[in-house]
Design a protein around this ligand. Sequence first.
Ligand code: GDP
Ligand code: MN
Length: 393
Amino acid sequence: MNIHEYQAKELFEKFGVPTPKGDVANTAEEARKIAESFDSNLYAVKSQVHAGGRGKGTFKNGYQGGVQIVKTAAEVEEAAKNMIGEVLVTHQTGEEGKLVSKVMVADAVEIEKEYYLSILMDREHSCPVIVASTEGGMNIEDVAEETPELIHKEVIHPLAGLQAYEVRKLCKKLGLSGGTAKAFAKTLKSLMKLFIECDCDMVEINPLVTTPDGEVMALDAKFSFDDNALYRHPEIQALHDPSEEDPREVEAAKYDLNYIGLDGNIACLVNGAGLAMSTMDIIKHSGGEPANFLDVGGGATQEQVANAFKIICSDPNVKGILVNIFGGIMDCDVIAKGIVAASKEVNLEVPLVVRLEGNNVAAGKETLANSDVDLIAADDLADAAKKAVAAIS
Ligand code: GDP
Ligand code: MN
């Protein structure tokens, strides 16, 4: 799960990671009032969306920059007016962009130098890894590609935790000394504590800045939490913003379905993650593009199958459906009954290819044959994929 920058700011404050003061606004007028209450002479107005690259982003209304640095409260209002209710496109949003419904107004600090700092759970080492660079404010993937020697990593022992020598090593690599190094060390320790206590997968600060008076501050925050640990953190779970997610995935999560939305037009309904992935592969191999990954699982109920079917039918990009079931634990008849139940509620307007095999397959085929569901039967996986691709071309 990801959260917004203004929400991350509250976590930073709680754990002692220094960050400029700021608040969130739902309207341009609110934005101006926040600015007035700060009594500053430089403000940052920042679009709140779950995507990076906002600074260099462009709104569909032509307005340039999802992050604006301005001097007066009137300019804050003006910037917020151009952002709220508008769609921002960045290199991370895809061309459809993201709707901005809130902005954060922050006291803009004077930047001496921008750094990059993140902590992430590294699967290779099964440990938290700190990643730091002097090349802050840039797209870190580009830095990694072009100047990998400027990216410094420190693997942290999960039980021993962050050690003073590791912090010193990073300070040296980043060229920090004196008071700034001390401030950085304090910030990094606080960030590490936050990372562990909140069960984060990743915290990324880009940029972490030094100011002319030797302070260190986090000017941006991207968080991602381990979904499997969220049950331990109801206060973090409460920060969830479903409007930032694929609506198909939000709906699927309600029914405990393993669903991931994709860009293609052939929807798949499969039992088992491995079979679901092979189904997507074979669709591609046959010249098609999958619209989703969907594993209804081995123990799916008729109701779950029906809801899964409704989700894929409601996707306007879907031009055809491929149901691929190899019933081991799964009873083919449960799938068939789910499809029949769902098709009574949705108007099935696209071709449906069904391949059923395994446990109780005869009953499943009979259920489908006795219904008025219009389908194309397939014998095996390759046949099913070919028929699905042919049906939509
Ligand atoms: P991102 O583009 O989505 O990563 O958004 P950021 O929060 O990183 O903002 C983009 C850029 O705006 C940063 O790299 C900074 O250079 C600048 N910026 C953001 N906040 C401030 C601030 O408080 N003061 C100043 N001077 N610049 C800021
Ligand atoms: Mn950033």
